[in-house]
Design a protein around this ligand. Sequence first.
Ligand code: DAT
Ligand code: MG
Length: 152
Amino acid sequence: MITMQTTFVMVKPDGVQRGLVGKIIDRFEEKGLRLVGLKQLTPTHELAASHYAVHSERPFYPGLLKFITSGPVVAMAWSGVEAIKVARNIIGPTNGRDASPGTIRGDWAMDIGHNIIHGSDAEETAEFELGLWFPEGLVDWKRAAEDWVYEE
Ligand code: DAT
Ligand code: MG
């Protein structure tokens, strides 16, 4: 079944500081996902805490919040058929040392705490995260190349 989805993706402060934003956007864009939201911001503590609320009882949570609020991130929304799974595959597993070359974390991350990028893991989390980071809404547009990305 064809499921059109929109997923939330964020380049974390380490990805921004290492100058990887352009290369990261390329991966999603060249795959055939459609960019429907993009902005740079330094997350407030409140925003980061809401985003990672599911991890609030974990020992790494305080460090995670400190890291995510330490500087600018680049927040993005990407649309496509099964976009959540597709984006997670582009990103790779949480620990960069376990991630295959060719994935973002596999190519650029050496540490679970500095793993360059976030991607929503399910439809409910994508909806929650998109509402949290893009309360102003997303950009709807028709891509001229759509018929060359999807067969039908
Ligand atoms: P993912 O980002 O792959 O969805 P997650 O949702 O399990 O992974 O965890 C969210 C983030 O928290 C992850 O990107 C990095 C950090 N994190 C997870 N497990 C950690 C650990 N054991 N030590 C340090 N940071 C961790
Ligand atoms: Mg996660």
